[in-house]
Design a protein around this ligand. Structure first.
Ligand code: IMP
Length: 426
């Protein structure tokens, strides 16, 4: 049975965790395919909130096998802490599986992330400083250390010492820092983490294909989002992996024909954390409304997110690069009290109208949004359970978005709880 992909369509924090969790209930396996603990997925179940960074969302369902795919970068210390947190709250992690081909985040990746950011000064990217970029850089340089290396002490030590030859030169000579002590890393990773993680390490590609071939239902869970994609996002203000749906192929070892459904998650407005262009950004009281009512502070870093109006140009691009089959709109209730609602339908730059995302980033930096204004509904949507109960203005708003993007809206979030979702049959 082909797989389903859940992908963010903006700059992350669209509320993917909640929808992934919801869709995961119908699945037998959920696979994280990229990113690391830069992600923060918040799930609210029976009023209890779970903040996940690495463990796939499906962990909350006993019938789901959560898999961390080869495309993820894993800090074993963070993974173990998250597993301990879940176990202490009564959620079993015994089904979790970890790809032997995933790369490890090592302590020096985190240090280098922070040092690179400091070096960039006012041009910093605003990374999460979790070591994500340096870990993927080492993977591309072919000096990364993989999860499977935890199974072989000799290989782990050899690879670590080889990687440190270069890394310690950078740390000491470029950044004037102390060198990393290989023995300390070996003690922590091989001594303390490996014995606990080894039971979960597996051939994830084989596992996923056995599930697909056996008629199982597999969900591919993306972290971050389309506009943070290293190839298709607002480079260099992006993460170092491929959150787009195609990333599920490389990050989990499946082919494009193994996917038949791609759900794009879009918040009813837009936020971004970190630096980079943002045509519909707001610096007024509407922006404050999105941040305050939408609780727009990082799950992970606590940073205030930059707010803006919904941008249909971005969504059209996301629809193309992900081949979206449907949209899930989150946080519609955050718009409840607004008298009028704006949607950016095109950009204007240098006297020219752009209906599609301009490929040249300088144009995006200069672009000003062309808005259409729609009437608000002025009604609390948080208890709405059926599409038929939506006020006509909210229904019109959803139809407007569908027409602008050319993709049907299949689900709408009206609050943080699992039940606060309207599911439409399209
Ligand atoms: P990195 O992924 O830590 O290297 O950060 C690169 C960029 O991606 C920064 O602008 C981060 O704020 C952003 N970013 C990374 N993960 C997330 C996320 O889960 N949500 C929103 N932004 C993110």
């Amino acid at each position: 049975m082909p797989a389903t992909v859940v992908v963010g369509t903006q700059w992350g924090d669209e509320g993917k965790g909640k929808f992934t969790d919801l869709v995961a209930g119908d699945m037998s396996m959920v696979v994280r395919y990229q990113g690391g603990h830069n992600a923060g997925h918040t799930l609210v179940v029976d009023g209890e909130s779970f903040a996940l960074q690495l463990v796939p969302s499906g962990v909350l369902y006993p019938h789901v096998t959560p898999v961390i795919g080869n495309g993820v970068v894993v800090d074993p210390r963070v993974l173990l802490a998250e597993m301990d947190m879940l176990e202490s709250r009564g959620v079993s992690t015994s089904n979790l599986r970890l790809s032997g081909n995933a790369h490890l985040i090592l302590p020096y990746h985190q240090e280098l992330d922070a040092l690179h950011e400091r070096r960039l000064g006012k041009n910093k990217l605003g990374t999460t400083k979790r070591g994500i970029g340096p870990a993927y850089a080492d993977r591309s340089m072919r000096v990364g250390i993989r999860v499977q290396d935890l199974l072989d002490e000799k290989i782990f030590c050899e690879k670590l010492r080889a990687a440190l030859e270069h890394t310690n030169m950078v740390l000491t000579r470029v950044f004037n820092r102390l060198p990393v002590d290989a023995d300390e890393v070996i003690e922590e990773y091989l001594g303390r983490c490996a014995p606990r993680l080894i039971p979960y390490i597996c051939d994830a590609v084989g596992l996923v294909h056995d599930e697909l071939e056996g008629g199982g239902r597999v969900l591919m869970e993306g972290a971050q989002a389309t506009f943070l994609d290293v190839d298709h996002g607002t480079y260099p203000f992006v993460t170092s992996s491929n959150p787009i749906a195609g990333g599920a192929c490389t990050g989990a070892g499946i082919g494009p024909r193994d996917i038949d459904r791609v759900i794009g998650i879009a918040k009813a407005y837009v936020t971004r954390v970190g630096a980079g262009p943002f045509p519909t950004e707001l610096f007024d009281e509407i922006g404050d409304h999105f941040v305050d009512v939408g609780h727009e502070y990082g799950t992970n870093t606590g940073r205030r997110r930059r707010p803006g109006w919904l941008d249909a140009v971005m969504l059209r691009y996301a629809a193309r690069v992900n081949s979206l089959s449907e949209l899930a709109i989150t946080k519609l209730d955050v718009l409840d009290q607004l008298e009028t609602i704006r949607v950016c339908v095109a950009y204007e730059a240098d006297g020219e109208r752009h209906d599609q995302l301009p490929y040249h980033q300088s144009v995006l930096h200069r672009a000003t949004p062309i808005y259409e204004e729609l009437p608000g509904w002025g009604v609390d949507l948080s208890e709405v359970t059926e599409r038929s109960q939506l006020p006509s203005q909210a229904e019109d708003y959803l139809s407007f978005v569908e027409n602008q993007v050319g993709v049907p809206v299949d689900m709408v979030g009206v609050g943080p709880g699992r039940h606060q979702v309207l599911r439409f049959a399209t």
